[in-house]
Design a protein around this ligand. Structure first.
Ligand code: 6R9
Length: 644
């Protein structure tokens, strides 16, 4: 038996979506899908209203994901222009700086529109046209949101690269989608530290022949080098352009953005989202999951470099005429009260953050929370990884003082927005469960052979039909899109997650079942870390697995075999950690490196990761069958020299 937190009476009474709405709506979204979706599509402002909703197929013969394909609209017009008549002077974006003694900035819808038009005209001035790719490598400053909306306005495809990624990772993402322009800042700030963004772009540019210009926003005023003919100061270019820019009419299936994410194999994939379906999903989920009403101050504490920042800082809230808070810094700087001080400073009603942040704050003790008021908070959200019930209860009891429901939203870069999630006025909560599917979502749990498992069960999570917010392709590699997500279980989208369904039909995500690890809510492919390690001249071979980590959820454990003649040592261990940091970025830094003279391999040469995972977890008593290994004795050495 798990705990149940029923929908509070006051929520049931005035929720946007009630229990009855949810039940009837979910059934209709599956049984009368096209009518349901064409009706929901009316919430957007279309140039041409679509006549068809879903035309997708997950079958190889006529494979493709397509929604509202004869409709036309513009995302920026939906997020800005549309709201001017009713709420031009309402605050659209509140910006809270890294340093708490600095003044926040606030922008009304009218002001954001002017800023976005100016940004769009600066992009045009650099030759950017509809369909061109613009890489955005920015700190969490308002210009990051302006840049995204400016791309959307002129039909350029943005590709945001998280500011914590290294020059190498940035270069790979610029070249993969042939970006001609990078938008960056002189430096970023996070938790009192400066991040040399422009210098990183300079280093990346050595490997990006496609790159023609770099637009640089002055954020800190730190010293940087500007390259003549390539680099443009944003404030200089913006001074001479108009604050008007017409919107580009876009087909519903025209691309909106690319966002790179890690998979179980190879280099990161450019997940492509398009215009109509994505925006509808962003707007609808944002409104229903957060029970959002314009006027409420809403804060999604993610970074714009991740999908959560795209959907729930920028597109969802602005499409809904909301007030969205953007925070430059980190939750626990200068101390563990900061996040709650920001809530108090801006009267935040809804906060959306990640379990890893909650675990870190919880560790610092309740006093940091207790000394803040938080009286404006009404609803709490989490995303990114499974939330352990202990952290859930701390969030509920200590942060929310028992009065705020928690929406634990399960979704992925690929899904565009929330998929399995509570709706606070409709679905009773169970700590640790993402609860029930959103409208239009048909989850199934299957076994390894694809057999559908009914009732209370556990297996792999698939989605049996398309939904509007679904990714459309892997940039430049449609075959990889099919192979990655639709070839494991025919006719179904495979999420890569394991899942349990309980007797009440609640879904409990158990974590990735592929070679992806989830470090502090960020996806990291084990293959990516391995590739980085083997680039080091002293490394012969590497195998990377995840292991349970108190704060990060999962940590990175690397087994490294050195080239013949190389000696393992503490300095080399440090060198390898720094090496991975430089190759990929700080989030990929291994937590543990074990030097291993040999790795457990089958006779066909496949590394048996199951064994490596067990050893990393410290669970060496149940290693299972090792008899199929080419050399079973390597396991004894691995167990004896476990790190941790
Ligand atoms: C939005 C986002 C996706 C992976 C996903 C799953 C894990 C996300 C979760 C969750 C349990 C939740 N995940 N939300 N697991 N409960 N509420 O995080 O996208 O970075 O692509 O990661 O994150 O494993 O497959 P992304």
């Amino acid at each position: 038996m798990s705990d149940i937190y029923p929908v509070p009476a006051e929520w049931a009474a005035k929720a946007k979506v009630t229990k009855a709405d949810y039940e009837a709506g979910h059934a209709r979204s599956l049984n009368d899908a096209d009518a349901f979706w064409l009706e929901k599509a009316q919430r957007l402002d279309w140039l041409t209203f679509p006549t068809k909703a879903n035309e997708s197929s997950f079958d190889e013969a006529d494979f493709g994901v397509k929604w509202f394909a004869d409709g036309a609209l513009n995302v920026a017009a939906n997020c800005l222009d549309r709201h001017l008549a009713e709420r031009g002077d309402q605050i659209a974006i509140i910006w809270e700086p890294d340093v708490p003694t600095e003044e926040p900035k606030k922008f009304t819808y009218k002001q954001v529109l002017a800023e976005v038009c100016r940004f769009a005209n600066v992009l045009k001035g650099q030759g950017v046209k509809k369909g061109d790719r613009v890489t955005v490598y920015m700190p969490m400053i308002p210009e990051a949101a302006f840049a995204l909306l400016a791309c959307a306005r002129i039909g350029a495809i943005h590709s945001v690269v998280f500011g914590g990624f290294s020059p190498e990772a940035l270069a790979g993402r610029i070249t993969d989608c042939d970006s001609t322009v990078v938008v960056t800042a002189d430096e970023g700030r996070r938790g009192g530290k400066h991040v040399p963004l422009k210098a990183n772009v300079d280093a990346a540019a050595a490997h990006t022949p496609c790159l023609k210009s770099v637009i640089v926003v002055k954020a800190t005023g730190g010293a940087i080098a500007m390259q003549d003919g390539r680099d443009v100061w944003y404030h200089e270019a913006a001074a001479s352009v108009s604050a008007d820019c017409p919107v580009e009419p876009m087909n519903a299936e025209d691309p909106l953005f690319i966002l790179y994410t890690s998979g179980s194999t190879g280099k990161p994939k450019g997940v492509l989202h398009t215009t109509g379906g994505y925006l509808l999903w962003a707007a609808m989920t944002h409104e229903a999951v957060f029970d959002y009403r314009p006027g409420q101050i809403y804060w999604c504490a993610a970074d714009i470099g991740w999908v959560t920042g795209h959907t729930y800082i920028v597109y969802g809230p602005l499409a809904n005429g909301g007030t969205t808070l953007m925070y430059e810094g980190v939750p626990n700087w200068p101390d563990a009260s900061r996040i709650w001080q920001v809530v108090d400073r801006h009267n935040v009603e809804i906060i959306f953050t990640a379990p890893t942040a909650l675990r870190a704050l919880m560790k610092d003790g309740d006093d940091f929370v207790a000394k803040t008021s938080r009286k404006t908070l009404k609803l709490l959200g989490t995303v990114g990884e499974p939330i352990n019930p202990e952290a859930w209860r701390w969030y509920h009891d200590v942060v929310g003082e028992g009065r705020c429901p928690i929406v634990d939203t399960w979704w992925q870069t690929e899904t565009g927005g929330a998929m399995i999630t509570p709706l606070p006025g409709a679905i009773d909560l169970k700590p640790g469960s993402a609860t029930k599917p959103f409208f239009g979502v048909e989850p199934q749990i299957v076994d390894a052979d694809g057999k559908i498992l009914e009732g209370a069960t556990e297996g792999n999570l698939v989605i049996a039909r398309s939904w509007p917010g679904q990714m459309r392709t892997v940039w430049g590699d449609h075959e990889r899109f099919f192979q990655t997500y639709f070839s494991t279980y025919r006719g179904k989208y495979f999420t890569g997650d394991g899942c349990r369904r309980d007797e009440d039909g609640y879904y409990w995500i158990t974590g990735r079942v592929d070679d992806v690890i989830n470090v502090s809510g960020h996806r990291m492919g084990t293959a990516e870390v391995e590739s980085a390690l083997v680039l080091h001249p002293k490394v012969a071979e590497a195998a990377v697995v995840g292991f349970p980590h108190d704060i990060k959820g999962q940590g990175i454990y690397a087994y490294v075999t050195l080239n013949a003649g190389e000696e393992s040592s503490e300095p080399l261990r440090k060198e390898l950690r720094d090496w991975v940091r430089t190759e990929i970025g700080p989030i990929a830094t291994p937590d543990a490196i074990q030097f291993a003279p040999g790795l457990p391999k089958t006779r066909s040469g496949k590394i048996m990761r199951r064994i490596l995972r067990k050893i990393a977890e410290g669970d060496v008593s149940s290693l299972g069958d090792t008899s199929t290994l080419a050399d079973p004795s390597v396991v004894d050495d691995l167990v004896a020299n476990r790190v941790g």
